[in-house]
Ligand binder design. Structure first.
Ligand code: GLU
Length: 301
């Protein structure tokens, strides 16, 4: 594969500092890019502003740098890219694929209850399609993507193998722009991955379930679909996904030794050899690139 064709990225939401789980995704995406002679980009996903913590973006970038993970191009911030998302939404509207929705969460719950379908999926409600046929005199609050019944979206994950999802049945028409005016993660991530020419996405397995929705959006917008690899999660002591909510510790990257220890832990989670303290960061990263190349299903371009 020619160098330069591979473009990967790490796209953290600045809701807090790096933790053990996010470093696994950062390291894996960096190793995969480097193992393929590609470029690795950092994108700060601060589209959901109310969830972002002021200063967390700079902390994340500093922690990554302390681990030797530096973006090959200037990082971008989603909060500065709304016009791109607006343009994409406009395109989807013009194609008749996006429609305004007047439903509150309560409206959706009631509609589902009336159909005897009130079991949330991962805490999310399958949209019952109330506004698909029009607003019926109500005011639009959000915008949704129109999904098609009876379509299985299939894709192959480089680690998890073949995947499929009936987005219409399992998720329903999903939100592109929220009632508060903010663009949804699904739209922003798809627009940015395409705008930045991302060819390979390597990210945590907690995001696997979003992939079919993102592929539908790529198809609707006429974008290429990248290759996907979802990395193993780091679980908290309670068996739940490690997150800021269940007390994920901010990684200590204050000294070279601490950064190397954090990297070693992340590498182990990826099935790579622990380099201990005998190597410096650069030597360890170089050794992991070689191991990554040897052990993981290779990406095709
Ligand atoms: N910003 C998302 C997160 O931090 C990741 C998005 C992605 O990698 O697609 O969970």
């Amino acid at each position: 594969m020619g160098a330069g064709l591979y473009r990967g990225r790490f796209a953290p939401s600045p809701t807090g500092p790096l933790h053990a789980g996010s470093l696994v995704a950062a390291l894996a995406s960096w190793l995969d890019a480097k193992a393929h002679g590609g470029r690795w980009l950092v994108r700060i996903e601060d589209v959901d502003l109310p969830r972002c913590v002021p200063g967390a973006d700079q902390t994340l970038l500093q922690q990554l740098a302390a681990c030797g993970l530096v973006s090959d191009e200037a990082p971008v911030w989603q909060s500065q890219r709304s016009s791109l998302y607006q343009q994409a939404l406009k395109q989807l509207c013009a194609q008749g694929l996006a429609y305004p929705c007047a439903c509150s969460r309560k409206d959706i719950e009631q509609a589902l209850h009336a159909r005897g379908q009130d079991k949330p999926r991962h805490g999310e409600l399958v949209y019952p399609g109330t506004c698909r046929t029009g607003l019926h005199g109500k005011t639009g609050r959000a915008w949704r993507l129109r999904t098609e019944p009876g379509i299985l979206t299939r894709w192959s994950d480089r680690r998890l193998g073949p995947q499929q999802q009936d987005v219409y049945g399992e998720v329903g028409d999903f939100v592109l722009q929220r009632a508060d005016g903010l663009f949804a993660y699904q739209l922003a991530v798809v627009v940015d991955d395409a705008a930045q020419g991302i060819s390979h996405i390597v990210r945590g397995a907690d995001l696997t379930d979003n992939t079919a929705r993102q592929i539908l959006l790529q198809q609707a917008l006429g974008y290429a679909t990248p290759q996907y690899l979802h990395t193993p999660l780091v679980l908290a002591a309670d068996g739940q996904k490690l997150s800021k909510q269940n007390g994920a510790q901010a990684l200590d990257t204050a000294t070279p030794e601490a950064a190397l220890a954090a990297l070693n832990q992340a590498a182990q989670r990826l099935g790579l050899r622990d380099c201990g303290t005998r190597d410096n960061r650069g030597v360890a990263l170089a050794a992991w690139i070689e191991q990554w190349r040897a052990t993981l299903p290779s990406a095709t371009t």
